[in-house]
Design a protein around this ligand. Sequence first.
Ligand SMILES: NC(=O)c1ccc[n+]([C@@H]2O[C@H](COP(=O)([O-])OP(=O)(O)OC[C@H]3O[C@@H](n4cnc5c(N)ncnc54)[C@H](OP(=O)(O)O)[C@@H]3O)[C@@H](O)[C@H]2O)c1
Length: 292
Amino acid sequence: MNSVTQNVRLSSGFYMPLIGFGTYKIQGRDIIYEVVDESLKVGFRSIDTAVVYRNEEDIGHALKDLLPKYNLQRSDIFITTKLAPSENGNPEGIEQSVQKSLKALNTTYIDLYLIHWPGTTRIPETSTDNPSLRAKTWDKLVDLKEQGLLRSIGVSNYTIDHLEGLLKNCRGVPPAVNQVELHPHYRQEELIKYCNEKGIHVQAYSSLGTSSSTSLLRDPTVVKIASQLNVSPARLLLKWALQQGIGIIPKAVKKEHIRDNILLDFSIDEKDMNTLSSLPQQKYTWDPSNVY
Ligand SMILES: NC(=O)c1ccc[n+]([C@@H]2O[C@H](COP(=O)([O-])OP(=O)(O)OC[C@H]3O[C@@H](n4cnc5c(N)ncnc54)[C@H](OP(=O)(O)O)[C@@H]3O)[C@@H](O)[C@H]2O)c1
């Protein structure tokens, strides 16, 4: 089986492609149409968005037109979206938000719905109200899953502490996925171990070090190993995650990048994996460790 068609079975019983297409910072009807077109053409079958990316409607519009072009059905693709942090703890707002996402994405169900952030925009990160708001959010998502609107539910940017709290009170529905920043500069080994033990699939975001930095793609060790393997630094970074069973959702606008990111049928030997897993640590995105 090649990388493109590799799936992971989530604890919900549904299967998710290990490789998905990230869409943060891609906005505008025409550009979304072009990138969705190219990503489907080269083999991506999973797309990652969020309410706060403000591109769900354009993604829905593109899929409506492009699925028939590639002879695909809705069931052939996997859509992930995420609850805006402003709605955490607000059951009515969550229901409305899910309904809005369904409409925008032009679908009757969402494959994976994530709590985007363990905190809430209305209150400080350190507020002791955060755990009960998270619990309320989860409770509502379980209801919406039971109604069939959400197939799998999960979290994003959850630390071990946040997960511990959720697992104690999850109505028998553990999070299927924890989507977190993860790459050789931010390896989160303890979190991966914890999630593996609990059957929570870890999905990496910002595998290439985000759209705002090239530090990771230009790391001399990454560049050197990539050149020895005759692959691009981006492919090496993506394979580093994939080879550990971690899902990936690289974002790209340039067509050559979109095509590059799906060419992952090679392997990294143990020595190079270990070298990549010993680089100095640097975090590139928001840090949830202060969210109570
Ligand atoms: N849950 C969360 O809190 C969260 C946070 C951040 C991200 N995410 C998700 O994860 C996705 C990926 O993370 P990210 O958007 O931070 O960025 P990323 O995937 O780490 O990196 C994107 C950057 O890498 C460039 N790139 C892509 N493929 C390349 C290649 N083959 N060679 C060289 N450069 C390449 C892109 O350039 P071009 O665009 O110019 O092609 C863009 O500048 C997001 O889009 C989003 O879906 C989730």
